[in-house]
Ligand binder design. Structure first.
Ligand SMILES: Cc1cc2nc3c(=O)[nH]c(=O)nc-3n(C[C@H](O)[C@H](O)[C@H](O)COP(=O)(O)OP(=O)(O)OC[C@H]3O[C@@H](n4cnc5c(N)ncnc54)[C@H](O)[C@@H]3O)c2cc1C
Length: 449
């Protein structure tokens, strides 16, 4: 990269207080939702036939709907959440909440149907049919419920593995439609709102704020940044078998706040690919007006990058991720990479202070597969660090606790940043933990959600 000037802004520092405040607000909100439903139940309604079951159904419905909003907010790409917690952890939280949300909404559907059937002394199936036919907005809500269940099933690990990423993504996109469909029935048929305009107004405000966050941070901000920086491909460079670096040129890249180790979602604006965005880490710090990411061709889209033509426009979302120097706790650092996992570590290495005590371990099947080898060697040398290259098949050359202790005897006093295939990452984390590296000192970047 032939940089004209090297000026850049690092990503903002993490804000754990903001995350704690968000958690407190979310917890208070949950308490308020539960309290408003419970306080709305009268003795009379609870004593009536079907009353207790219906009341439980309402509680399940509101709590489930609130948890779904929390799930949406976790994925709304709020910058301070992203840079403090990291997208992989946010995805894990989102996944942890999802069975509760789906379970509660399912319980709501069943309990309300059974409760109404008990009240009308009819069968549950007959009542379900009646609800669908004659209650305002229930049919739309049922479609929304179907989309929610579909999103839940397709996110189940065993099912998801068999699906193309794009199929899973489109199903999730439908879920937003499902939520919109379910909203009207909450507002117009939700007993908790009848006669309580303030509670209704607050519920509408919570939903509108959530929609606003999604529109601002998932649509508006990426569109604005893409227009502002106007990235275009200037070169596609072969790095190794099936691996290319894409070098882009853009405007005002010195204004783009990004740290080494972060990634973007890149959207290649060609006829066939504009609709899908893929995450790739920067493989070097931006050198305005250039930036670079390095990609291993694993599927259709990543392989297609090898034939990108100069001048192709690229839109992007990000930067995202907490896999940065901000996360470092110790003076000493160990960077461990396998294969294309070297990309974020290459940029992070460049971002570490020159007096940082650095050890780098890189694993690859052959010497030719060692990506950005010269750059890494130079960066390590510049920091008076140590570089260990482990070459050989992944079954023969493994990074066990024993090997790690031999290579880095003081590993327990270092932050350990790891990026590579799933199995490799887990192996290194286990080895580091066995050698006394604390959980907070381990930073793992996984190339798959
Ligand atoms: C935070 C992060 C950083 C990454 N950085 C790099 C990098 O610097 N260099 C690199 O070569 N690869 C990187 N990857 C992996 C890269 O995103 C996938 O290899 C790429 O998206 C595959 O797309 P495909 O259509 O060619 O392959 P497919 O055959 O469609 O998918 C191959 C694998 O990639 C996953 N995948 C596909 N699309 C996406 C998507 N949009 N989001 C998340 N996962 C997806 C699939 O679930 C599957 O496991 C990164 C992934 C993540 C999550």
């Amino acid at each position: 990269m032939d940089a004209r000037r090297v000026v850049r802004r690092p990503a903002p520092a993490p804000r754990p207080r903001f995350v704690n405040a968000c958690a407190a607000v979310a917890g208070l909100g949950l308490g308020a939702v539960i309290a408003s439903v419970i306080l709305n139940e009268s003795r009379g309604s609870l004593a009536a036939p079907g009353g207790p079951v219906t009341a439980l159904g309402r509680l399940a419905g509101f709590t489930g709907a609130y948890l779904i909003l929390i799930m949406v907010v976790l994925m709304a790409r709020l910058p301070w959440l992203e840079s403090t917690v990291g997208q992989d952890k946010l995805v894990r939280w989102h996944r942890r909440v999802s069975p509760w949300a789906i379970g509660l909404i399912t319980a709501h559907v069943l309990l309300i149907t059974i409760g109404y059937a008990q009240a009308a002394r009819s069968s549950a199936l007959g009542e379900a049919w009646l609800l669908l036919r004659s209650y305002r907005d229930i049919l739309a809500a049922a479609v929304g419920f179907g989309l929610l269940i579909l999103a839940g099933i397709t996110s189940y690990r065993a099912v998801r593995r068999r699906l193309r990423y794009e199929t899973w993504w489109v199903v999730h996109l439908y879920l937003y439609i499902g939520l919109a469909l379910a909203f009207a029935h909450q507002i117009f048929t939700g007993v908790s709102f009848i006669g309580h305009p303030l509670v209704r107004a607050m519920w509408i405000a919570i939903w509108l704020s959530t929609v606003g966050l999604v529109l601002v941070f998932r649509v508006g901000q990426p569109a604005w940044r893409s227009l502002r920086h106007q990235l275009r491909v200037v070169e596609v460079r072969n790095e190794a078998r099936g691996v290319v670096s894409v070098i882009c040129q853009g405007r005002r890249l010195d204004k783009l706040a990004v740290s080494g180790g972060q990634f973007f979602l890149w959207r290649v604006l060609t006829k066939d690919q504009w609709w899908q965005a893929h995450p790739y880490s920067l493989s070097a710090l931006p050198q305005p007006p250039y930036l670079r990411f390095t990609v291993k061709g694993l599927g259709d889209s990543s392989r297609a990058l090898a034939s990108l033509r100069p001048g192709t426009p690229i839109a992007f979302e990000g930067p995202y991720g907490a896999f940065t120097d901000h996360a470092r706790l110790c003076d000493g650092v160990l960077l461990v990479a396998a294969g294309v996992g070297i990309t974020p570590l290459r940029a992070l290495l460049e971002d570490l202070p020159t007096d940082a005590d650095v050890v780098v371990i890189v694993r690859a099947s052959t010497e030719d597969d060692l990506l950005h080898r010269q750059e890494i060697t130079a960066l390590v040398k510049h920091r008076n660090g140590r570089l260990h290259e482990l070459i050989g098949s992944r079954h023969k050359v493994r990074l066990t606790a024993r090997t790690l202790r031999q290579l880095v005897p003081d590993v327990a006093d270092r932050d350990v940043y790891i990026c590579g295939p799933e199995g490799f990452g887990a192996e290194v984390v286990a080895a580091a933990t066995r050698l006394g590296v604390g959980d907070d000192q381990v930073h793992l970047e996984a190339f798959g959600f």
